[in-house]
Design a protein around this ligand. Structure first.
Ligand code: TMP
Ligand code: MG
Length: 211
């Protein structure tokens, strides 16, 4: 092997409200880690390319209605349908940079008033991230960004509720807050500082979330 041996790839998850800069930062981090010589793939949830993803997309575009419980379970199922592929990649040494995960699933549903413990249950047992980067940006700042308001959930008051639930989900051992308030380069450097070490280290076997 080349350089440090780190047996498996790492699962790096970005979380945060809409328009906090996650997608931009996922792309920049993926590119940077590749330049460093790592095998890296970028994923996002919801994955709108599957049949479940199509249903989710129609719901978000306000073309279809679903009961709150149903859309919640579809978002979760949309993660479960990727687990085999993700574990294959991770065990094969590819690091995954993922735009949203189970925490979004809980935060957006619980912000509607659904029970938080009920919301957590369907995602119990997903692959546990090695690092969650939580991008903070006030609902006021986010709502000023381009294209805010196009999809369901992109309303300032609702996003503020989502942010509050995210704060309740914070897990000291593997979460890191990064301010989304700077220039893309500033934010990228903060993000890179958080993950560069973990990507080259040995993290032990894959674990299951919330078990
Ligand atoms: P996106 O803008 O990152 O594509 O996500 C679409 C919307 O779906 C966004 O408002 C967050 C929301 N969402 C959920 O409500 N539950 C979930 O499990 C996920 C992954 C996203
Ligand atoms: Mg969005």
């Amino acid at each position: 092997t080349y350089g440090k041996t780190s047996s498996r790839g790492k699962l790096i998850v970005f979380e945060g409200c809409d328009r906090s800069g996650k997608s931009t930062q996922c792309a920049m981090l993926t590119e940077r880690l590749r330049k460093d010589g790592h095998k890296v793939e970028q994923l996002k949830f919801p994955d709108r390319t599957t049949s479940i993803g199509h249903m989710i997309n129609n719901y978000l575009a306000n073309k279809e209605e679903q009961r709150d419980e149903v859309i919640h379970l579809l978002f979760s199922a949309n993660r479960w349908e990727s687990m085999q592929k993700m574990s294959n990649l991770l065990l094969g040494g590819t690091t995954l940079v993922v735009d949203r995960y189970a925490y979004s699933g809980i935060a957006y549903s619980a912000a509607k008033g659904m029970d938080l413990q009920w919301c957590r249950q369907p995602d119990v047992g997903l692959i546990k991230p090695d690092k969650v980067i939580f991008m903070t940006l006030s609902a006021d700042r986010a709502s000023e960004r381009a294209a805010f308001g196009e999809e369901r959930y992109e309303k300032k008051e609702f996003q503020a509720k989502v942010e509050k639930i995210f704060e309740q989900l914070f897990e000291k051992s593997y979460w890191q807050n990064v301010s989304g308030d700077g220039t893309v380069e500033e934010v990228h450097n903060d993000v890179y500082g958080v993950v560069s070490q973990i990507v080259s280290s040995d993290c032990g076997p894959l674990e299951k979330l919330w078990t």
